[in-house]
Design a protein around this ligand. Structure first.
Ligand code: SF4
Length: 441
């Protein structure tokens, strides 16, 4: 058997693509290795959300190219968002690359590998308006051993936020067929996974593009919830104004669907939100969060924010800090603005914020997130929660299990036995910034 090494960068969508690629490659007699030096095939599955990941990808390709020039018999591939963006140009910058595979045609991999092994240099970055559902059933998925299986339900995005590269690298939004998704869920449950996370850039708009049926995320959740077994269901990411009352009611009504919403706000300032081409203002976001909190008991709401968007004033940045407080956001991912080629905001060079100011704002933003995360965690001290155990390790001489509550809070519990994959009830005894402490009950 030949060996393949895949370095996966960025988001969960990329990790999911890698699991699919490994499944396809297993049908071509490749087995995964975690050691690049022993691989016959080396692939970097890239993310282009930030310039840093792109630079890292090319530096890794450079290292592998050096191994090739020293006589190592290897094939090198560039996949993912950077591949989709750079396409043929990759060969000028990294001539040792054998194939470039974009985000739209993962299932072309067998054909591409065959041609690359025959000595051809191959580039497959054509954009399509269809999903690859027709091919998905033919190949296994090589899932990372864990309790949580990530299953894409939509690909691409139609929103064109002015800072975001996704619509250019992953194309327009396409919903996967429910029967294919449900089959993948059943396969994952049969393999022992206990939590299913439905994945998409904008999961709430799932099904909008179906011409032949009225089938939306709420219905998909109902159909998955009705499957046998003790498991949980989550979905990410939600676009604020696409969260319908029906969806919120479904979360409340279905026992397996967890009380957790990830609703990126991006900025607390309505002026900046408009410049970002987000389809809501501060007040609309506030109403959505309030509604979710009112309807879903014990819900956790997390968000994403960008510091230093072009033109952002100090006052507008402070509106972001106050939004985190006012809406009691439980946790937020943060990033300093990074211009991405092709996007509208990248052209606003005269409005770019100085790197020093961006770094300083990001530090203040992170501090605010930390503060609110601790505040949110403290609310649960003394409560009883069910956790799904994800890990067992010895920490400073003590055996500890780590699990996730339904609302996505991480809980550490002293325990002598490895209970990974089991649901256990715990009492919360303490709160730290990023996790809760508990004891078995
Ligand atoms: S909603 Fe906006 S930020 Fe999210 S993937 Fe789509 S374009 Fe990008």
């Amino acid at each position: 058997m030949k060996k393949v090494f895949i370095d996966t960068m960025g988001c969960q969508m990329n990790k999911s693509d890698t699991e699919r690629m490994l499944g396809i490659l297993s049908c071509l007699d490749y087995e995964e290795t975690k050691e690049p030096k022993e691989a016959d095939l080396l692939i970097v599955n890239t993310c282009s959300i930030r310039q840093l990941s792109e630079d890292k990808a090319f530096s890794m390709l450079g290292l592998w190219g050096k191994w090739k020039s020293e006589g190592k018999k290897i094939k090198i591939g560039l996949c993912g968002c950077v591949a989709q963006q750079k396409a043929e140009k990759t060969f000028r910058r990294a001539p040792y690359v054998d194939f470039v595979l974009g985000t739209h045609k993962i299932y072309s991999l067998p054909e591409i590998i065959k041609r690359a092994e025959a000595g051809e240099r191959v580039c497959e970055c054509t954009e399509t308006n269809a999903t690859e559902d027709d091919k998905a059933a033919e190949f296994p998925i090589h899932r990372v051993k864990s309790v949580n299986a990530w299953i894409p339900i939509t690909e691409g995005c139609n929103n064109f936020c002015t800072y975001c590269i996704v619509p250019y690298t992953r194309g327009r939004e396409r919903s996967r067929q429910p029967e294919i998704i449900i089959k993948e869920v059943k396969d994952a449950l049969n393999q022992g996974f206990k939590e299913i996370t439905l994945l998409g850039q904008n999961v709430d708009s799932y099904g909008k593009d179906f011409k032949d049926k009225n089938y939306r995320l709420a219905q998909l959740l109902r159909d998955i919830n009705s499957l046998d077994g003790n498991f949980r269901i989550r979905f990410v990411t939600s676009y604020p104004t696409d969260i319908t009352d029906e969806l919120i009611e479904t979360v409340v009504e279905l026992d397996k669907v967890c009380e957790y919403f990830h609703i990126p706000m991006q900025s607390g300032s309505s002026v900046v939100l408009k410049a970002m081409n987000r389809r809501y203002d501060r007040d609309t976001y506030k109403k959505i969060v309030e509604k979710v909190r009112k309807m879903v008991p014990d819900v956790t709401i997390t968000s994403d924010f960008i510091a230093g968007f072009p033109g952002e004033t100090e006052e507008q940045f402070q509106e972001t800090l106050s939004a985190i407080d006012e809406f009691e956001l439980d946790y937020s991912n943060t990033a300093a603005y990074s211009p991405r080629e092709k996007t509208i905001a990248a052209k606003w060079v005269d409005k770019y914020i100085d790197e020093d100011i961006k770094t300083e704002r990001l530090a203040r933003l992170n501090e605010k997130v930390r503060e609110n995360c601790l505040k949110s965690n403290l609310k649960f001290v003394g409560r009883e929660m069910e956790i799904l155990v994800e890990d067992f390790e010895n920490h400073k001489g003590q055996n500890v299990i780590t699990g996730r509550a339904r609302n996505n809070k991480i809980v550490h519990v002293p325990c002598e036995k490895d209970l990974t994959g089991e649901f256990v009830n715990v009492k919360i005894t303490g709160a730290k910034t990023w996790y809760l402490q508990g004891e078995l009950i």
